[in-house]
Every structure is written in C-alpha cells, then in structure tokens.
Design a protein around this ligand. Sequence first.
Ligand code: PRX
Length: 665
Amino acid sequence: MAGDATDRPGEARAAQQRLDALLQEDRVFAPAPGFARRANAADPAVYERAERDPDGFWAEQAAALRWMQPYAQVRSGEIPHVQWFPGGRLNVADNCVDRHCDGPRRNKAAVIWVAESGETRTLTYHRLRRDVCRCANVLRSLGVRRGDRVAIYMGMVPETVVAMLACTRIGAAHTVVFGGFSAEALRERMIDAECKVLVTQDGAYRRGNVVPLLQNAAEAVRGTPGVSKVLVYRRVGAPALQADLPAGMAVDWAQAMREAAAECPCEPMESEDLLYILYTSGTTGKPKGIVHTTAGYLLGVATTHRLIFDLKEEDVYWCAADIGWVTGHSYIVYGPLCNGATTLLYEGTPDFPGRDRHWRIIEEFGVNIYYTAPTTIRTFMRWGTEHPKSADLSSLRVLGSVGEPINPEAWMWYHENIGSGRCPVVDTWWQTETGMIMISPLPGLVPTKPGSATRPFPGVAAAVLDEAGNPVGPGAGGNLVLTRPWPAMLRTIFRDDERFVRQYWSRYPGKYLTGDGARVDADGYFWLLGRVDDVMNVSGHRLSTYEIESALVDHSGVAEAAVIGRNDALKGQAVAAFVTLKERGAAEGGAALKAELQAHVARKIGPIAKPDDIFFTAELPKTRSGKIMRRLLRDIAEGRALGDTTTLADPSVVARLKEQYEEGE
Ligand code: PRX
C-alpha cells in the first residue's frame, strides 16, 4: 500500500502488515452464507447446465427480453460469422424503457444524475420514455432514418443516455466518441462510420473547468461533409451556437425537444441489425469500428449485469466509467436499464471538489453496487483511507473492478476499506469486442482470490494457449482465447471484415484471440497478465502504440518514433516515446520540444494519449529488416537488463540508448 497518505503512520504500518500477511496467505474469500442464499445466481449447477447446452442456457435467459417477434433459432452461421436469435425482432429502447413503464417500475428512478456542481436530477422510467421519444422525433426531423449512423460526442449527462436510446428507438446506430478525444479523432470516426448527424453539447464540466466539446465538434464537422446537422445540448450555457458551426447546421436541443411530440413508436428491429459502432485501438494506426448488433448484445449485457452484480429491484447501482467507453455502453446504459435498474450517472472526477466525492455520493444515494477501475482504486489508496472512512458506506453490497488487471494489493484495499470486508469484489474481464463481461466471479457462488478474475461466465468458454495452440499447464502463461461464440460478441469491424477475420480469428483458427496474456492456476482460476500485443492500457484507457507513433511522426520535426507502454504503479501503464529528429541532433530535443510534441499528440488524438515520457535519441534499435524492437525499449524504460539483442542490426545502438536513458533520469 505504498503512498497511503494517512496522518497516523503507526496505523498505516499496522494496516500494511495486516495486508502483507493476508496476501502471503494466498487468500480465498468464500461467499458469505447470507449473501450466497439470497444471490441471483445461487445454484452452482448453473455452470454445468450452461456448459452442457450453452445455446439452451442463452435461450432460457432470452425469455427475459420483450420480443416483438419470436426468434426462429438461437444461433446460426459458422465462426466467425455467427448470428444470434435470427428471425427474432425486438427493440432495445422498448426493452430498456417502455416495458418498465407498463408496470410498477413506471415511477422508479431509471437514472440518478449527479452533476459535478452537486446539482442532481432524477429521471423516472416514465420521464425517460418521454425524453427518448421526443429525442427520437427530433432525430427523425433531422433526417435520421433506420439504418443511419449518428455520432454522439458528449459528457456524462442524462441527455447522452437519452440520445443513445433515441437512436435505438428509430433503428439508427450510434457511435459514441469519448469527450476526451480531439476534433481530429472525432472527424476520423464520423467519416469512417458515415454519420449523418452529430449530437454534442456546448461544453462539459470537468474538475471545475469546461471541456470545449462544441468547439471540437465544430472543427470536426468542417471536414466531414456527410454530417448535415448538429444537435447541441447546452450544458454550460454557451450564448451562440451558430458562431461555431456553419450556418443552418446547429439545432438547439432544448428548443427541438420542446417542439417534438412525446410519443414515438419503437421500430421493430431484426436481432442482427446494427445497434452501435464503438471505435477502439488496435495494433495499427487506424482505430477499429467494433460492430455490435441488437438482440445478442442486449441479452449478454443484461444477463451478466443481473447475475454478476447480483442486482436487486431496490438497488442503486453505480458504474463510475465514462459512457464514451464500452463499460459505459454496457454497464451504465444497456445492461442496467434492460434490467429495470436505477443507474447512477456522475458527471465529474473523483477529486472534485474533494477527494471524498465518490464516498459522499455513495452515502447520499445509498449506493449498493459500485463498479470502477483499478487505476481509480490505486489513486484512492494514494489519497488515504481517511476519505472513505469519513463516509457511511454501509449501503454497499457488491464491488466491481474493470479495465485492467487488478493487483492483489489494490484488490485487498478495495475489499477492506470500501467493502469493510463484507462485500464480494467481482473482478470482471472483458473488452470492447466482447461487449459483455466474459470472466468474472458470480458473487454468491465463486470464492474469490485477490487479483484473479476467477472463471468464465456460464456458457462462456476460455482457454490459455501456447504458441502452437496447445493449452498451457497450470501456472504457465500463454495467450487468452475464447473458444465458443457468445451472444454479445462483435460481429465484424465496420466496413473491414477482412481485418476482423485476420485480427481475431486467424491466429488460432476457430478461436477468438483476445490479445491478452493469462495463466490458469490449479483451481482453474484465470489470472490476467495484460496485453501481449501493441495495445496499451493507460489508466484503463485503451491506446495503440502505432496511433501515438503516427501522431508523433506527423509533427514536422520528427523523423521516427517508437512508443511503448511501461509499467506504472498508478496508471497500470504509462506512455513512453522514443523519438528521433529530422535535421536536428537528439541533443536539441529539449523541454520545449517535448511539450510541443505532447500538445501535438493531444491535438491529433486527445489529451488521454499524451506521452508521459519523451526521450530524444539519435537512433532506434532495429532488426536487420528494419523493424523497431519495442521489447528492448520496454526493457530500457523499465530499467531491466536487456533481453536478447542478437537480431539487432547494430547492437551498440541499444547499449548507448540504455546509457543515455539512465543518465537522463
Ligand atoms: O487487457 C484487457 C483489459 O482491457 C482490455 C480491453 O480494453 P477495452 O476494450 O477498452 O475494454 C475495457 C473495459 C472492458 C482487455 O483486453 N482488461 C479489461 N478488464 C480487465 C482487463 N485486464 C485484466 N482484468 C480485467 N478485469
């Protein structure tokens, strides 16, 4: 628990010793009997049942959805082009909103919104339905039709949820672009997805500052001829919308909503109709448009949400991720709302106005289920236990973790200090591509081990393979693969099916390659080891080394760049860039140029992609065929002895680089 900033060093030391002892014991936490008895998944036979007949298991779960037309088959097609529930028709907004309005949930809080300012707003299911209908009518009036794509570039406000559901209501697909991405990144995504309309807001509040979303949106739209209208929600009260956008493009959200009819029928969608595209980083410079479709995705996220978080009717559920990432899509919006849950949406950061913000929210709203990322947990550890201790967290029942491997220390800290040792911690492994959680404990059934995501969800099959495709033995590391189709699986990469097949399904034919390393212990528990490809995970944000390299070499002064993720105690990984300069020698790359390059990357991709370290060098270590050896750069950045250098064209380059790097530190 390095860096715990408590005022009482003695207490901190004692806590540390207790933690060390617990970790050494190789602890296993069995579900508490009281929890297990009442758990949504309480019968261990669920695993065996799903294993025996996975499609039958999913069909049973599918009875919980409201279908407009029954499906003909659970699954058809050959891997990797699989269809789920062909022949069936349903609508996602109907499932997430309307059907709850037909019963006792009509006046239940669907969304509790907490603004960074402290202002709060609650949307009941009835109210959410009216807003979604109105917004759907607005989108229609802007020319959006079934099958079209709508870009959403917004912050954490209820209107983002409304806009997403409005798209699904009329059969349009959305592509949500995280508000931390730049104008250029937004433009690239809108062009790739051929978006017709953009929904944005004037600005988003973040740590007391305003993120200029409209300004970025306006810049992005100028280079995107396909976008004809921009619907702008005024969050920060910008006076003029037209000034930023070409004439006739801007439509004011509030006014359009006021004028729109409050009824709009739900479009009956085919099970396999496009639901959304979400861009994510891969192992090339170009982000991939991950395609999710309607029925299977909704079923996957609703089932996992109900069973893994043990959702009860009266719960307040809070996923602290951003809607711009898949976690927000699946576990703020679609899973919880499909289950008729109350989902809490918080606009700001955990340290605004104070470092106790999350704990105050939990206390204030009686949050029962809390889901966040290890990087946030490690930040809380650093801030010290006095913050959570100052709040009443007794409403909490289940704690979740997602986004990166959780180190056992952080797991234990979370369990002890946030969950008071009572709340099961569900470490949930999944990806943008999987759509739903794939490996995670069921909290009433599966004993947990700090740092392990435990076992695949019922019906999901995973394995760890060596290079030859054989399962590795207990304890050995290998490539994590998924060996059976699952309902929320990505269907393709938008307009690039060839890349989809090559990237995910060709390394081990018939099996889905995750890009993650893992090992399985003697009890069959999965331990995730991080990415094994050129994807980095920085504070739970997925970034591609190639994307950042492309941004760097786009700068007029840069000749070459190599980017790696180096281990970082807080962020999981930090971005380290090795840069060679045109014309100028490495010695000329000073602090000013470093800042300029950081700003350049922020402009090209977004502030989240800014390299933490930039190291100027005369040469990069390359193989004889000219390939940059990132593995050696990682060794240098992490201060390790250099690995095998025999394939280098000039081994002295790397030795010199290591010396310089160490001097520079
Ligand atoms: O490396 C794994 C890591 O995050 C990657 C997926 O990133 P993204 O598509 O952005 O989705 C993040 C939210 C699901 C994975 O390939 N990852 C995610 N969850 C875990 C994890 N690594 C270890 N343990 C987890 N629980």
